[in-house]
Design a protein around this ligand. Sequence first.
Ligand code: AP5
Length: 215
Amino acid sequence: MNIILLGPPGAGKGTQAQQLVKERGMIQLSTGDMLREAKASGTEMGKKVAEVMARGDLVTDEIVIGLIREKLEGEKGGGFIFDGFPRTLPQADALGQLLADCGERLDAVIEMQVDDDALVERITARSTCSGCGAVYNDKTKPIPADGVCINCGEAKEFVRRADDNEEALRNRLMEYYKKTSPLIGYYYAKDMLSPVDGLGTMDEVKAEIAAVLDA
Ligand code: AP5
């Protein structure tokens, strides 16, 4: 089964993708994580995208489609969770073609609905394990008192993302409504869209997603 987790910044896409990886053995393909890895490794592409990401703008379709193409060629067998991709109509068209090229298809698009106030609150309280990328939240999922990550069992640093500030977030939201939200109509027209209330607790959201996948 190949699915898209669609939703604004802070909707909980990464959090729920990590659950699906753990519980269903699916493969998370997060373009945000791929771009942050490129940035950290100091590649030419990483340098090019760093400023764009810090502003909260979208990276070019060409770059992110290239990243997804590479991953799909390297990973066999499907079971992909597309987290943060596609984000534009050309990316959605490209994904359909890339999946068809490797004999796969898209099974569901889960739209995680969360209002803007909750998004800002969540993102400004987020931190991530620098070892495994597990996502924490000062209010809803605090970092363990002993500093050991629940997911990887390591005492790594817990970091805040460079684009998790109010100004970049405002821009990320604008980009979402302008360029990504048209995908809701795109997948609705293909009868693939399943809206999920992303405002519930993490377990409630997980149960709603499970109900869609098991249906
Ligand atoms: P990306 O890394 O994809 O960021 P994003 O889409 O802005 O989404 P986030 O990772 O911020 O949020 P999330 O929905 O995963 O929420 P999370 O689970 O962490 O992209 C970053 C940048 O890369 C973009 O701005 C762009 O520049 C570039 N980029 C990436 N992909 C691209 C593409 N395809 N095209 C072009 N450019 C691209 O949860 C957030 C917080 O809330 C956490 O603290 C979590 O613990 C908490 N939380 C989660 N669920 C709940 C819940 N149910 N209740 C309470 N708290 C919750």
